[in-house]
Design a protein around this ligand. Structure first.
Ligand code: ADP
Ligand code: MG
Length: 481
């Protein structure tokens, strides 16, 4: 039997663990689970790479639970970047371990040290911790007889992004050397590989490629706009697609705040989520989104990564992501659990060159389209007008119009103007122009020799390039791993 289709019942798990899995409602293991669990059960070190939402938590929680002895000591440690993730993980371990009567403790910054010490004295078997606070406890010798048999580094790439790698490395100097170490990550940047080399012992590798996830359940769209029209374009797309629940990924925290504000002004239920917000504000945002009080989350990659929100209908890329993995990662937030999803990317002509690398990664060609106009129905428009609050400047304009026309004429002119400008106006280049720009992009910009001199810096190329082996080699060479 190949591990690919291995069932939970065939993994040699304890009955209590199988019951816990059933209780969680898991019928069959996800790909990363069916590959990682048997390796972890054998006691080997492991590096597992799989994108967000693929069930990595249970992939380490199940083998941990299977070897718990309940010997009044902490037997397993899970290190994870944020408090929210720590709480999610602790909750899942607790639920899976329900029939083993497992105790878990969460340790993170912002909570009182004394309270955490009390919890640690309760003899938990599993400790879930964020790096900073854990290191603080270890340095001050506040966790007696700390010698976990299994140590998990969860969401490792996010720890890197958040600048925790030094802390993580220092934590390992307090851990027993005969431990089993499991490293989980969605992407595998060089620094993580280096860290893995230092802290893992002859690890086995599991890598779940996302290609099969991205094609089937997610419709991918790319709309061409000009720089400076991103907010407007997002509002337009919201009007056109009326997404039930969406995440908009921005590159910066500032953009996230500004766009969320703009959407709120346009009467959308939007909220921001990024690393500059304090823990409480972030938790509030996530909770509101989960409870559908807010149905548009404007987020940066780091803030949104790893969060388990399963019913997202649309993902928007405010910019085309520079890193193809990040694209795959983001759009993987929709189309989960067999549901259909849509991923929409805004792209300016200057960003066309990024497209090729993304297409290579998702093995799917992305058509560039013009931004749709918003065909508002009469009824809808009437409702919108009726709901609009009267602005101060409106009175001045009204008076001016009345000087020149009668009321009916003014009103009809006004409505015609709204139809033309407000809803059906064009944002960005039209399809013809897009095709022309794309052709231009494909044409070699310089003569052959000068392009050669540019070498690996040129990440895109002519049509001819893309079919030659040399291009692929170059493109791969420019990637992060
Ligand atoms: P990751 O850490 O890879 O981002 P999670 O561990 O947070 O993913 O899991 C994502 C979601 O999938 C969670 O809601 C989890 O309960 C669910 N899940 C995990 N494994 C399974 C499974 N085998 N069957 C069904 N749902 C699962
Ligand atoms: Mg996870």
């Amino acid at each position: 039997m190949s591990q690919e289709n291995m069932k939970f019942e065939e993994m040699g798990l304890r009955n209590e663990v199988l019951k816990g899995i059933k209780e969680m409602g898991f019928v069959s293991p996800s790909p990363v689970q069916s590959q990682a669990i048997p390796i972890a059960l054998q006691g080997d070190d492991l590096i597992a790479q799989a994108q967000t939402g693929t069930g990595k938590t249970a992939a380490f929680a199940i083998p941990i639970l299977n070897q718990i002895e309940k010997n009044r000591e902490i037997e397993a440690l899970v290190i994870t970047p944020t408090r929210e993730l720590a709480m999610q993980i602790s909750d899942e371990v607790f639920k899976l371990g329900k029939f083993l009567r497992i105790k878990t403790v969460c340790v993170y910054g912002g909570q009182s040290i004394r309270r955490q010490c009390e919890l640690l004295e309760n003899n938990p078997q599993v400790l879930v911790a964020t790096p900073g606070r854990l290191l603080d406890h270890l340095k001050n010798d506040r966790i007696p007889n700390f010698s976990p048999k299994v140590v998990v580094l969860d969401e490792s790439d996010e720890m890197l992004d958040m600048g925790f790698l030094d802390d993580v490395e220092e934590i390992f100097s307090y851990l027993p050397s005969n431990r089993q170490t499991l490293l989980f990550s969605a992407t595998m940047p060089e620094q993580i590989q280096k860290l893995a080399h230092k802290i893992l012992d002859k690890p086995k590798y599991v890598k779940i490629t996302p290609a099969n996830i991205t094609n089937t359940d997610i419709t991918q769209k790319c709309y061409v706009i000009n720089e400076g029209h991103r907010d407007e374009a997002i509002v337009r797309l919201m009007d056109v697609f009326t997404p039930q629940k969406s995440i908009i990924f921005t590159s910066t925290k500032k953009e996230a705040d500004a766009l969320a504000e703009r959407l709120v002004e346009a009467k959308y239920k939007a909220g921001a989520l990024h690393g500059d917000m304090d823990q409480r504000a972030r938790m509030d945002s996530i909770r509101a989104f989960k409870a559908n009080k807010v149905n548009i989350l404007v987020a940066t990659d780091v803030a949104a990564r790893g969060l388990d929100i399963s019913d997202v209908s649309h993902v928007f890329n405010y910019h085309i992501p520079l890193n193809p993995e990040s694209y795959v990662h983001r759009i993987g937030r929709t189309g989960r659990a067999g549901k259909k999803g849509m991923a929409i990317t805004l792209i300016t002509p200057l960003e066309f060159k990024e497209l090729k690398r993304i297409q290579d990664e998702v093995k799917h060609s992305l058509e560039l389209e013009e931004l749709p106009v918003y065909e508002v129905s009469h009824n809808e428009l009437v409702q919108k007008i009726l709901k609009t609050k009267i602005a101060d400047e409106a009175m001045d304009i009204y008076n001016e119009l009345m000087d020149k026309h009668d009321e009916t004429n003014s009103a009809l002119k006004l409505i015609s103007y709204i139809l033309k400008e407000g809803t059906k106006s064009k944002i960005g280049p039209n399809q013809q122009e897009i095709n022309r720009l794309q052709e231009q992009e494909k044409k070699p910009k310089q003569d052959y020799n000068s392009r050669r001199r540019e070498g690996g810096n040129s990440r895109f190329g002519s049509q001819r390039d893309s079919h030659s082996r040399g291009f692929r080699g170059n493109s791969r060479g420019g990637r992060r791993y």
